[in-house]
Write a protein that binds this ligand. Sequence first.
Ligand SMILES: [Zn+2]
Length: 214
Amino acid sequence: MQNFKSQIVESGKRMLSEGLTVATWGNISIVDRENGLVYLTPSGMPYASLTTSDIPVLTLDGKVVEGTRKPTIEKDLHLGIYNNYDYAGAVVHTHPKWSMIFATIGKDIPLICDEAAQILSGEVKCAHYALPGSKELANECIKALKNANACLLQSHGTVCVGRNIDDAFSVATVLEYTAELYYKILSMGEKPHELKKEDIEYMYEFVHTKYGQK
Ligand SMILES: [Zn+2]
């Protein structure tokens, strides 16, 4: 059986070490579809010192079934994603620098390079503004995720969805990489070459069905 609590603890450290967040910002969750349970990071605790006993476990309708820590204030956003998107197995919410630039100005991030096309399933939309932790933010985020497996939250951060936690980290890493490239291209006064829709679909499909050793 997978140890989802350890995966959350390790992922918190990974989010810090990979520069995807600072301090206690951001949050992570993993869903166990078989048992209908969601494992989340606790609210406002430093990632470096988290242990498995700090990880709250909730049902998909939000009842706490295990743990004494308060779950992340963005629990409705995480639960909403699992309840709306069957493919979702893990969610990483971060506030990384380059993506934040686009989130603050409310600008969508297009798929400007092959890596983006292979890992992000569509143009990354910026959700309308709503207060952190609100049901409205969860709803706006779910709407923006109709377009891709990642979105921006206006003036706040990113939400990256994967089939599992490694996949969610790939989405988060490639989104931040793409945002940095896009920022620099725009700063040069240039425009990226536009990838064709059919090429984007081909690359995404290829990477998810034929690439690698499996
Ligand atoms: Zn946040």
